[in-house]
Design a protein around this ligand. Sequence first.
Ligand code: FES
Ligand code: MG
Length: 578
Amino acid sequence: MTDHVKTPDTLRSSRWFAPDDLRSFGHRSRMMQLGYAEEEFRGKPIIGVLNTWSELNTCHGHFPERVKDVKRGVLAAGGLPVEMPSLSVDESFTKPTSMLYRNMLAMETEEMIRSHPLDGVVLMGGCDKTTPGLVMGAITAGVPMIYLPAGPMLRGHYKGRILGSGSDGWKYWDERRAGNVTDEDWIGIQGGIARSVGTCMTMGTASTMTAITDALGLTLPGASSIPAADSEHQRMGSGCGRRIVDMVWEDLTPDRIITDASIRNAAIVAMATGCSTNAVVHLIAMARRAGVALTLDDLDALGRVTPLIANVRPSGKDYLMEDFFYAGGLRALMKQLEDRLDTSAITVTGKTVAENLKGAEVYNDDVIRPLTNPVYHEGSLALLRGNLCPDGAVIKPAACDPKFHVHEGPALVFDSYPEMKAAVDDENLEVTPDTVMVLRNAGPQGGPGMPEWGMLPIPKALIKQGHRDMLRISDARMSGTSYGACVLHVAPESFTGGPLALLKTGDRVRMDLPNRRLDMLVGEDEIARRKAAWVAPPPRFERGWGYMFSRHVTQADKGCDFDYLERGFGAVAGEPDI
Ligand code: FES
Ligand code: MG
């Protein structure tokens, strides 16, 4: 353990509780109203346990129990735990998209910490947006923090078949549209695909973001791989509680953990896991909060040289997060990458990555592959540029049919999701396997909130002919559990007049993945003419959160944070007057 830097007198909470004045009398009196004796809170680290539970958050169903484990750990180490409810951004039910609320959670986290007598925080999240939302806010708040990942659910099962979150939903839906799945089987799959508490158990956005947080050094080492239903997850919870108390005494603040080196480590690990495309948006946003200028080009460069070694769906073929855990989990994966990581980076343990990885082993090298036998020779993501996406776009090469890596075809453009949905179900739609399907007005402002519509459904006409992939382009995101030749995050988005807004049905579109290009084969003069004639759509919101969101959200290549929340916009508020 490192030296204790903080003393009972210099704890942040002592500003509320120590002075012999009327205000502090009030604070102490109110703690006593809550049932605490003076010796339980005075001079003790007060630990906020930020809990993103709700009865509609399908992935955090175990948090009412888990929070007890965290509190037990805090008490055992001599702190005082206080549970604080946080905005519960769930992926399944939040419309139009949970992404509209990630920044709300980030703002709430920052302000809840700053305005209360907290010395440190345990952040309880896991469902997709909760991880970046909590971490972004806590980075800015700056008190010691540790992240408690919800953990993946158990493997899905139906009739002896393994089912993976999201991925198998899409797959069997296409089969159902092709007439190959009965009503009875469809209901059976519905019940079998999500059969325990925890987050999606593919390498979707949840597992990607918790792995990134783990690699950043913000969780107990390897915590992100532990299934939610495993008793080790409970012990990890109490471990978070014990450790955060010491982090407070050590004054181990997030700025010492989140550095250029740890961000780079997290990006390498993300690429090696077959990460969700959403990683790009969230990791950039987290990095920018910490003052690290991570760009799409940095990620592309790391993607080109980092092999994908986690054989976990959807980028991997065979396994799910439960298998990944049994194979050694994230520590074992990081051990394979040790030579490529900056292992001197400090983590929440107070130790370096190198120390945390000591003894890590792979127990199944088909699940966690050696670098010499990767699932895919490059990393999970590739970043494209061209006249359709001057500020970038993202694709997941390992998850698409290789015949689309270099592809040219006629565009079929839709301006809205309902328009597209009606068209794809029309069996007479004029479409060929070469067609490039385009959905626009689905970006940060257009969606609004950049919904996960980017895996545009294959038109029924093609499904019936046996096709299961085609080149698709949008300014939307897609679920981390999705797959296919889907170009996403086109920036700048069409709603604000990005070039995607100028594309017309029938224009030729060309993607050249090896050269990282995406272009419309339309002359510059014609593009200029169309741009001059373009009319901005009416604003999406006239009041409320959406109004604020529309005015301040940045584009996908910048992480979709609010401009005024990023590091460097203005000085961070100091400690509140008390
Ligand atoms: Fe919560 Fe997938 S729906 S992690
Ligand atoms: Mg998801």
